[in-house]
Unconditional design. Structure first.
Length: 363
């Protein structure tokens, strides 16, 4: 090979490397510019969570997997939070749980099936493109778990057919295999633990095994709330625990984090279980309002301007019949409640009316 040929090959190699670096850098800038755009705007947590999810869904549809990975790295390594304290990384994957890209109860239409198949196809492309990054494994597990619940349905267990149970268990097993097989790559990702906790709950892991999983997760990510939320669900009476087991779990979690976060976890964990406890939250054996109130006070101290947290504080004060606190908090809402917290305008108006009664507010 003469000198001219060597120089030409050297030039080609240099050009290729420069183009490769520009491609990677461009993907990084894409995610960083988006992050900076969000951070530079004063928006409520609900809006930001939706925007993060929508942006991630757009990158996913465009097969811009490098940018998705950079977004995951950025939020995970920096432990970036929304204005209400929740970690942003959770919402990178939330769009995958909507199997048909729409809020619909009919997932068996041709349009829904096509959309679902496309998501599975794209996840496989993501894995193929970046097999050394944890994000696509987390995404695939998320998708499989959502697909499993689609097979089971949302009805009572006694009404689920054998065929539905078979599909549900098979898809959950597939999700577990994805996580376990990729553990060396994805096993330190916070959502690896969250998804595995969900799997452990529905696969009926013994409490000792589940506790080992949770302890490992909490040691790595003590402030990642969704790990605690997933664990609390396991200890619900409807699953593998009891009132006493749930209460003990919450008390232990709070004890581990109290020095840094006060009673924040007490309020957040019971709040995360609203789907199950509902108006029984302050029933004997569950949450106690003095601790819950202090927990919300600690949350509001850390995230003073969060409308999401303020609405939740008022909602639970009303549920606890602390009318004086309810009145004080509702007055700060300026008659603009977040209905995703209250559930309905009716509930908000009832609490407003009850707390406005002079007799009740004095008690």
């Amino acid at each position: 090979m003469n000198n001219s040929q060597r120089e030409f090959k050297g030039l080609l190699l240099t050009t290729f490397l420069v183009m490769l670096m520009m491609l990677v850098y461009s993907s990084k800038i894409n995610s960083e510019e988006y992050r900076d755009a969000l951070d530079g705007q004063e928006k409520d947590a609900i809006t930001l969570a939706h925007e993060i999810s929508s942006h991630a869904a757009k990158l996913f549809a465009e097969q811009n997997f490098s940018a998705l990975n950079h977004l995951d790295d950025d939020y995970r390594l920096n432990q970036a939070r929304l204005p209400d304290g929740r970690w942003k990384i959770t919402f990178i994957y939330s769009y995958l749980s909507k199997l048909d890209n729409k809020n619909t109860n009919n997932l068996n239409t041709k349009e829904s099936v096509d959309a679902r198949q496309e998501k599975f196809r794209l996840v496989e492309q993501w894995l193929k493109a970046t097999p050394e990054h944890p994000a696509p494994y987390i995404a695939k597990a998320e998708l499989l778990i959502a697909y499993a619940w689609h097979a089971r349905g949302s009805g009572w267990a006694k009404n689920v057919s054998d065929e539905q149970w078979q599909k549900f268990r098979s898809r959950i097993a597939q999700a577990r295999k994805v996580l376990e097989d990729s553990a060396l790559i994805s096993g330190n990702h916070p959502n690896w633990f969250v998804k595995m906790a969900v799997i452990a709950k529905v696969q009926n892991w013994p409490a000792t095994e589940f506790t080992q999983l949770y302890d490992s997760a909490a040691a790595l990510y003590p402030n990642y709330y969704f790990i605690h939320f997933a664990a609390a669900s396991y200890f619900q009476p409807r699953w593998h625990g009891s009132k006493a087991a749930l209460r003990q779990f919450v008390e232990n979690a709070v004890a581990q984090s109290k020095a840094q976060e006060g009673l924040t976890l007490y309020a957040r964990i019971y709040w995360s279980q609203l789907w199950a406890l509902k108006d029984k939250t302050f029933e004997q054996g569950y949450a106690q309002w003095p601790q819950m109130k202090q927990g919300f006070d600690d949350i509001m101290t850390d995230y003073l301007d969060s409308k999401w947290n303020l609405n939740a504080f008022a909602f639970y004060a009303c549920m606890a019949k602390d009318w004086q606190t309810t009145k004080q908090l509702i007055s700060q809402l300026n008659n603009a409640p977040l209905l995703k917290v209250w559930g309905s305008t009716t509930k908000y108006k009832q609490c407003d009316k009850m707390s406005s009664s002079d007799l009740l507010a004095l008690n």
